[in-house]
Design a protein around this ligand. Structure first.
Ligand code: PLP
Length: 348
């Protein structure tokens, strides 16, 4: 690597990541607190997130597939567990049988495949009402998994981010399974589920979004800190005359003479078109509104009256996840996982 640097970067706050993990762990009482680091650590960089959480004492990590697991295997020390949430397809078996990561078996054929190969320690996912992945809670799960060496029995909450009766139903169903299915540990709660109280924590919680600054429920507001701050460089500053249009389809027409800065950031970086005419950037405590449409690689902001903003300057994108979600119409999850490969990811 040379010292080449990109014209856009994510400033990643390592203290905030750890502070969020400690708060989430505390909310789970005596339960262990793991971390969902699938989708490249929700866009932040899975290896770097894992390294930092390992340093804080986190021992249980979750990814979606075996490609993600393989990339993290070098970080797997004794006592550290990495679970692959999508289980094992036939195509994964060669890798899975020799990996230190464990599959989360989700279907009866995955169970049969793992048993048939003498796969050893595994996790199992039971569906308790979301109808996504997992063995059906209504079935005879105990019989289906007999003979497996189950480290963690998991289920996943569908609506924990709202006050929905489904969460209580899922809690009751999962509590019933704990009595009928033998496993070393039981785990139900994601970030939002952690906010529902100790009853949901069981032996281990599995936060994702809240680690990275997402606010899953009101209970977390004021406790969860922003981790990800995108910044982009000004490529050109220009004067726009009254009556001139800005950007694709001329959606913004200047009502008076104005100055704009054109930034190296666009929808191909995950700054999607929902921010057109709605998002904002900051320099110091000045707010610079986005004007016109976000392009693939470029976005314009109003810098009228701010002569100090010049070509080459870095502007900070307003990206507090709750507010940015409200402005853009995207979920907090989409806002993070959409952040592209062109950002330099810089921890501080
Ligand atoms: C993604 C995921 C999590 C983490 O969910 P958040 O809502 O991001 O906290 C936990 N468990 C499972 C099974 C998941 O797929």
């Amino acid at each position: 690597m040379t010292d080449f640097s990109a014209p856009l970067r994510l400033r990643l706050d390592g203290d905030a990541l750890l502070s969020n993990w400690h708060w989430l762990k505390g909310q789970g009482g005596a339960a262990a607190c793991g971390a969902a680091i699938k989708a490249n650590g929700y866009g932040l960089g899975a290896a770097e997130v894992m390294r930092r959480l390992l340093g804080a004492g986190c021992r249980d990590f979750f990814v979606s597939n075996w490609a993600e697991a393989m990339a993290l295997e070098p970080l797997l020390d004794v006592g550290v567990s990495l679970s692959v949430l999508h289980g094992v397809r036939a195509e994964d078996m060669a890798v899975a049988l020799h990996s230190r990561a464990r599959p989360v078996l989700c279907t009866e054929s995955q169970v049969a495949r793992w048993k048939g190969a003498g796969g050893g320690a595994c996790d199992v996912m039971v569906d308790t009402g979301m109808n996504r992945l997992g063995l059906d809670w209504r079935g005879d799960v105990g019989a289906q998994v007999a003979g497996l060496e189950i480290v963690t029995l998991l289920s996943h909450l569908a609506s924990a981010d709202e006050d929905a009766p489904l969460s209580r139903s899922q809690l009751a169903r999962f509590s019933g399974l704990r009595n009928g299915v033998a496993a070393a540990r039981y785990s139900l709660a994601n970030s939002a589920g952690i906010c529902l109280g100790h009853a949901y924590a069981f032996d281990m919680t599995r936060p994702g979004i809240a680690l990275y600054g997402g606010i899953p429920r009101r209970e977390a507001a004021g406790h969860i800190r922003q981790v990800v701050v995108p910044q982009a460089q000004v490529l050109q500053r220009r004067r726009v005359l009254a009556g001139d249009a800005i950007g694709y389809n001329a959606t913004h027409v200047a009502s008076a003479d104005m100055e704009i800065a054109v930034l190296n950031l666009g929808y191909a970086d995950g700054y999607l078109r929902g921010f057109s005419g709605r998002g904002s950037m900051r320099v110091g405590d000045m707010i610079l509104p986005v004007v016109g449409r976000v392009s693939m690689d470029l976005t314009a902001v109003d810098v009228s009256g701010l002569p100090e903003v010049a070509e080459g300057d870095w502007l900070t994108v307003d990206y507090a996840l709750e507010e940015a979600a409200a402005i853009s119409g995207l979920s907090q999850y989409e806002l993070l996982t959409g952040l592209g490969a062109r950002f330099d990811r810089i921890w501080h």
